[in-house]
Write a protein that binds this ligand. Sequence first.
Ligand SMILES: [Fe+2]
Ligand SMILES: [Fe+2]
Length: 202
Amino acid sequence: MLLATVLSADAQDYANPDRSRPSRTGEPNMIPHTQSSANKKTAMVKDRQPAVAAKAKDATTLLRADHKLVDGLFAEYKKARSPAKKRQLVDQICKELTVHAQIEEEIFYPAVKAALKDTALIPEAIVEHATLKDLIAQVEGVEPGGELFDAKIMVLSEYVKHHVKEEHAEMFPKAKATKLDMKALGAKMAERKAELTADHEA
Ligand SMILES: [Fe+2]
Ligand SMILES: [Fe+2]
């Protein structure tokens, strides 16, 4: 977690003081589980499949698609030259990452944690999300300009790559080896993602 600590500390020096910032209490930035879907039971097993799950992507396919989308947006950012194009891409990257982190924290991570009886993998992922949110808070709503802004986007991109690599290599294979119903979980996440995306666009 050295990388996370360094990123967090360095990045704060350049933070816009007017922006609201994530908690500095040392607690990971867990999303409060007060939203409508968040209170529903998250541990889904294969013999309790809602009808809606039949057409849904399974959970890891949905998450992998999000990862791929964001990777493409970062690649576009690298090529972008105009501040307006950069602003549009950063807005989209921040929205996608925020919604993605929230559906993982509300639905996927708790289900996987319970199924694996995990005490390390998921807590580490949550701490990494907190660092990602910290970086997002420094660029979201800020006008692109200068080397520091580009540097923050590059660091965000590298950190996302690192986090995604761990999810793909370790968390997803372990989750798929459990009795969790990935289709039902995917359906629940797709539903929540649609709600959160609509909130962001409102
Ligand atoms: Fe994640
Ligand atoms: Fe993810």
